[in-house]
Design a protein around this ligand. Sequence first.
Ligand code: NDP
Length: 335
Amino acid sequence: MSSTMRCFWVEKSESGEIRAEVTEKPCSVLDQAKSDAPRVRIRVNLSSLNYKDALAATGHPGIVRHFPHIPGIDAVGAVVHSDSSDFSVGEEVLVTGNDLGVGHFGAWAEMIDVPAEWVLPLPKTLSPLEAMTLGTAGFTAAQCVQALIAHEITPDRGSIVVTGATGGVASVSIEILRKLGYSITAVTGKQEHHQALLDRGVDQVVTRSDFIDQTKRPLLGGKYAGGVDTVGGSMLETVLRSTAYRGCVTACGLTGGADLNITVHPFILRGITLCGIDSAMCPLPKRKVIWEKLAGEWKLAGLESLATQVPLEQTPAWVQRILAGGVSGRVVVGL
Ligand code: NDP
């Protein structure tokens, strides 16, 4: 086994300048993370690009807690060493979220070393490429759909509005919702993707600027039974004000802003539920249930068609692209 690994290395100079590059580092850098908890060392085969990875790759202080840093919140690979009897050498495993690629060296590296409790066996029905096409985005999408179902938003209740529709979380949400028979309204800023969204089975596409309501009216027409919002800000405000009686809206993202300026009217007059979604710290039992769903009942045919595969060396350009809102579907990173 090589004593070095290729990785995306992010450093901060004394003057505060962030420097990032794909480079070779000794695998011993991973030893710094050693603790008493049983650990698993994994030869990473594939990772993915999430919005959060792009923030980490640029040293965003809201994500990166220590420098130097390696981004990459998703990994699929083979075990090369395990302190835990739950995993054997050569076994294909999956790691998403937890502190991977945030407070801990991430998976944009040929090797990761993580607590055993973060590791799941790769479900037998998912290929490594399918698992990374899903990744944290797919896991988050599944949590959003599950939340709608838990709030009794069934397909007969009406359309579900999905915002940031060409993005990673939204793309997988659309696929799962469609599989379950929901009618979908997609909101996108990408005019050129309207037809592709319709081809994917979306019932209606609305342009972002037409959708976001500029009036300060506390309630708008209750058009949607529910919403999967990946954008936040004025987008989420509009979704909440446009949701019908006893609807449910999930909120997971902030690509459009972190503020939320609304009145309580959607909640107290329409009984709307705003359901927050967190994937990073999702407890293990729930994490297992969600992955079982993604690998079983909700398994998506042709999932790989959502993915663009890129080598680690091309990630710097893709980081800039996703930060500019220019990525559609999922980006899988090859190590
Ligand atoms: P992507 O970049 O793949 O998708 C985000 C989409 O949002 C874009 O494709 C674009 O879609 C839209 N968008 C981008 N910029 C803007 C803007 N300025 N205003 C309005 N819309 C915009 O990101 P992900 O799918 O990976 O993540 C989506 C969000 O969810 C991120 O904020 C991410 O941090 C968050 N997230 C949170 C998780 C959690 O645990 N809570 C887990 C995973 C993700 P379009 O062009 O179609 O409008």
